[in-house]
Design a protein around this ligand. Structure first.
Ligand code: AMP
Length: 284
């Protein structure tokens, strides 16, 4: 596997692949890789000639300094996993390489309208601004034909897909299913920060999504279903619920009613101890 820490070296590699007519698949990550990330790499490998993965913990998208300081870093392990998966290249820059003259050099505001105003956008000010800037930079460097994003971060996927379309990137943005632990907990790099007790109750978040989905499917109103999900979480005092929303899967606007066939996303964010977890379930 090629490992690049510098933009220039990555650009030269990309030019070579593109010169040979190769199709490039791209998997951007923040490292501390798990089977969720691995599923994106496998999918990219199956659908492209070359797969490039990036590992960069982008400070610009963290609204909580504590979260940034404690974000897990396991680069040696990540490299090994990517090598075993047959990933072709890894781009792992440091802050100076990504933002050589500090953040001021890049545009400072990306505005995503309604898509960026709800849920994660409302609760993590500046988060999608940072995501939009770093993903634009990475798309320009990697020039991928296809880029793979997890449904785990559904709002991020929706925003990046819209951004790629609005800014005329030639990259197709692809949504990949959520990979879960056996007990239903969505895999996340932040899960390692849960204590043993917190880890036992964390799957409750997914159970709340399933409770809400089942209520909708039984014909309960959107608000009644939402309240059932909320109760599931608030019954467990270790959780501090941030939001549980039932939204249109494309626009992410809150739904007032739902019928089978209408794409809905049930999205949740909650704190458990010092860790903030998000999850979602899509009903088609
Ligand atoms: P991250 O390293 O957390 O920024 O995630 C990098 C990519 O992996 C994003 O597109 C995530 O949505 C995706 N991802 C994270 N966790 C999972 C999971 N459990 N299943 C599928 N994709 C995931």
């Amino acid at each position: 596997m090629h490992i690049f820490e510098q933009q220039a070296a990555l650009r030269a590699y990309v030019a070579q692949i593109r010169g040979q007519g190769g199709r490039i698949g791209f998997v951007p990550t923040m490292g501390a890789l798990h089977q969720g990330h691995a599923s994106l790499v496998r999918r990219s490998k199956a659908e492209n000639d070359v797969t490039i993965c990036s590992i960069y913990v982008n400070p610009k998208q963290f609204n909580n300094p504590q979260d940034l300081a404690t974000y897990p870093k396991t680069l040696a392990q990540d490299r090994k996993m990517l090598e075993e998966l047959g990933c072709d290249a890894l781009f792992a820059p440091d802050d100076a390489e990504m933002y050589p003259r500090g953040y001021a050099q890049v545009l400072t505001a990306m505005e995503f309208g309604e898509l960026g105003a709800v849920m994660e956008g409302a609760h993590r000010p500046g988060h999608f601004n940072g995501v939009g800037i770093v993903v634009s930079k990475l798309f320009n460097l990697v020039q991928p034909h296809q880029a793979y994003f997890g449904q785990k971060d559904l709002q991020q996927y929706a925003i990046i897909r819209q951004m790629a379309e609005d800014l005329s990137f030639e990259t197709a943005v692809i949504r990949c299913p959520i990979v879960r632990e056996a007990d239903g907990l969505a895999m996340s790099s932040r899960n390692v920060r849960l204590t043993a007790e917190e880890r036992v109750i964390a799957p409750l978040l997914y159970q709340a999504l399933q409770t809400t989905a089942a209520a909708l499917q039984r014909g309960h109103t959107v608000e009644a279903a939402r309240q059932q999900g909320i109760q599931w979480i608030t019954a467990q005092p270790a959780f501090r619920l941030e939001y549980l929303e039932i939204a249109d899967v494309r626009t992410l606007r809150p739904l007032t009613e739902w019928k089978p066939g209408h794409g809905a996303a049930i999205c949740v964010a909650a704190h458990i101890g010092r860790v903030r977890l998000i999850d979602n379930e899509v009903l088609d």
